[in-house]
Design a protein around this ligand. Structure first.
Ligand SMILES: NC(=O)CC[C@H](N)C(=O)O
Length: 303
């Protein structure tokens, strides 16, 4: 298996040079553009890795799936009073559609506005919320050392004016009700959690295992909410490239501008890919190609 994974990485390494490191979060432009790695974790607990699978990167938008699960457990379907269920076809940080629907609400939980709103709905004080988020991450990755990359967090916090603008707008229309700066801070922190492919493959395996932690056999999230998260990953997880990705790869996936992609093969396995060089839509350019080849070779598409 490792040999096959390695071959797939090497076949797609050439795409790295066609992409770029993101610069709108300045610290992300210091990543190693040439890093490329993959890790697979099955629901039975078998694991394989190839390439730079221990390369650390910030989880960024992939975190939106995990905070959605926590918010669903806390509030149930109520969250959809404030956040919609539809793909946008726009960039992940677009504000365009925020005002389009009346009463105003972000289209889905995978775009920035929707994710900021979802995180604000997690129960607890500001401090309790973050403690719950990070503890949940540590449990589902089985990695007690997981923490924040402070440089990325501060870089994002000091340049995140578009997110700030959307958050203040959302308070104006009643989607956010608490302290906007605290809501934003939590969002910047969740995006700055530092992971490896191994961590995100394990999160994906937890989702693939329908919300049951394989180490303890404990159910942490109800199956109904796992289903919702997988559906959002499928329809909105790759930003405005979700449709094309669904055709070419066919597995519920979520990408982040740190270069990670987390993919779930339902009831079978979780896959984590890293490649910091991004395409124009903000997805790992070589990572998408790696998943395309992997999906074809192992017939992983859910259709
Ligand atoms: N697409 C992403 O990964 C975006 C997350 C990033 N933290 C942002 O808010 O812009």
């Amino acid at each position: 298996m490792e040999v096959k994974l390695k071959r797939i990485l090497e076949n797609n390494r050439k795409y790295i040079e066609e992409g770029n490191l993101p610069s709108y979060i300045p610290e992300l432009s210091n990543a190693n553009k040439n890093a490329l790695g993959i890790y697979v974790s099955t629901v039975e607990g078998e694991e394989w890795g190839a390439g730079d699978y221990m390369y650390p990167f910030t989880i960024q938008s992939i975190s939106k799936v995990i905070t959605l699960l926590i918010a669903l457990e806390d509030n149930g379907m109520e969250i959809f009073q404030k956040v919609g269920m539809e793909p946008t076809g726009d960039a992940f940080n677009s504000m365009m559609k925020l005002e389009l629907v009346q009463p105003s609400k972000p289209f889905n939980p995978m775009i920035n506005a929707g994710a900021i709103a979802v995180t604000s709905m997690i129960h607890g004080s500001y401090k309790e919320k973050f403690d719950r988020i990070i503890s949940f991450f540590r449990a589902i990755t089985n990695n007690p050392k997981l923490g924040i990359n402070d440089r990325v967090y501060l870089s994002e916090k000091s340049t995140g004016d578009k997110n700030r603008a959307m958050a203040y707008y959302m308070r104006d229309v009643g989607i956010l009700q608490g302290d906007v700066e605290e809501d934003l801070d939590l969002y910047f922190k969740q995006c700055s959690i530092e992971v490896t492919c191994k961590d995100i493959a394990r999160i994906a395996a937890f989702i693939g295992n329908k919300g049951v932690l394989k180490e303890t056999n404990e159910r942490l999230i109800s199956e109904e909410y796992i289903k919702i998260a997988k559906t959002f990953m499928f329809t909105c997880g790759m930003y405005n490239a979700s449709g094309e990705f669904a055709i070419n790869v066919g597995i519920p996936s979520k990408s982040g501008v740190g270069g990670g992609i987390m993919s779930v093969v339902p009831s079978k396995m979780g896959i984590g890919v890293i490649g910091p060089s991004l395409d124009s839509k903000g997805n790992s350019i070589a990572g998408v190609k790696v998943l395309e080849e992997l999906s074809k070779e192992f017939n992983l598409s859910i259709f």
